[in-house]
Design a protein around this ligand. Structure first.
Ligand code: GYE
Length: 329
């Protein structure tokens, strides 16, 4: 079942890099402002994945003085409680804007209310929040449920195109439980499985978006002797870890259908090499686009509440063309 064939249907769309119009030195609220420079506190999730590293770099590269910004960076180390404290520290410092990439999506009302009371606009980036609209300025990032649907639809099309009649037994490696990245991608698969008599999730466990945990979980699944022919890994790093575990156990991973998310350069190369079958894209290069939103807010524009990145999928039909523009390493 080593099948890397042409998938018709959904056209994949180039990553939206969205370089903003240059308008440096504009505006700046009060408190924390140095001259015309806008001080932005960025509450980042952690450093768990290649996606995250590229995301952090995108902010650090763009939010510099020559672009009219000063970045104050906080790393929550994947700890949702620490992250709430990080945001409170930004409020205490009186930064001009807060950008929050939330580890998980709940329990944010009190902190967001505090930011609002302090008059500090807060932009949610990368992962969404389950809060009332008036508690934040805007959201920019991936449509996680959409990405999950893209991956599931690819599998449906693949099964049809290849005439696969075997039951579909899926190992599901989930991201950080309670993050919208996990919830959206998981819901898409769960719903699809509910609908299809011959699809089964044989194991569903978090690998916390890390390579090490992805490998560990896969090792234990192999030890349990479960039969599976599909791996649905909610990011590239867990897919790398799972593949390492399969190789170590002498299982030919190229015989399986491996589905991943993100689109790091090495993962795109693995699609070309036949190690991964499809990646649902998710761009981490959000820094310049967030800067653009801040400039527009400074200019008094009313922003859309939600802006989703343009995302498609990467498989054998387009990986070679995606490789040179892929993020990270
Ligand atoms: O897919 C994963 C990272 O929130 C979209 O977080 C992000 C996810 C991304 O750790 O690699």
């Amino acid at each position: 079942m080593n099948i890397k064939k042409i998938i018709l249907g959904v056209a994949s769309v180039a990553l939206f890099l969205g370089l903003s119009a240059c308008n440096p030195g504009e505006g700046g609220g009060d408190g924390g402002t140095t001259g015309d420079v806008i001080t932005v506190g960025f509450a980042q999730v952690g450093a768990e994945s290649g996606w995250r590293t590229a995301n952090t770099q995108s902010f650090k590269d763009y939010f510099v003085e020559e672009n009219g910004f000063k970045l104050v960076f906080a790393d929550a180390n994947q700890d949702a409680d620490k992250q709430k404290q990080d945001v409170r520290d930004f409020i205490a410092q009186g930064v001009d804007y807060i950008v929050l990439a939330p580890v998980t999506d709940s329990g944010w009302e009190p902190v967001l209310q505090e930011a609002k009371d302090a008059g500090i606009p807060l932009i949610v980036a990368d992962r969404q929040l389950m809060v009332a609209d008036d508690l934040y300025l805007t959201y920019l990032g991936g449509n996680m449920r959409g990405e999950g649907d893209t991956a599931v639809q690819w599998l449906v099309d693949h099964i049809a195109a290849e005439g696969i009649t075997d039951p579909i037994n899926i190992v599901h490696l989930q991201g950080t439980i309670g993050s919208t990245a996990q919830k959206g991608r998981t819901e898409a698969l769960d719903e699809a499985v509910k609908d299809k008599a011959d699809w089964t999730i044989v194991a569903q466990q978090t690998g916390e978006f890390t390579q090490a945990k992805g490998q560990e979980v896969m090792e234990s699944i192999i030890q349990q002797g479960l039969a599976f022919n599909v791996i649905y890994a909610e990011n590239d790093d867990m897919a790398y870890g799972a593949i390492d575990a399969l190789k170590a156990a002498g299982i030919n991973h190229q015989e399986l259908i491996i589905i991943s998310f993100d689109g790091n350069k090495s993962a795109v190369q693995m699609v070309i090499d036949g190690d991964i079958d499809v990646i649902a894209e998710c761009t981490p290069l959000l820094g310049p686009q967030i800067a653009d939103l801040i400039r527009r807010a400074e200019a008094g524009e009313t922003l859309d509440k939600v802006t989703y990145s343009i995302e498609g999928f990467i498989d054998s039909t387009n990986a070679a063309e995606k490789l040179p523009i892929a993020f990270g390493s």
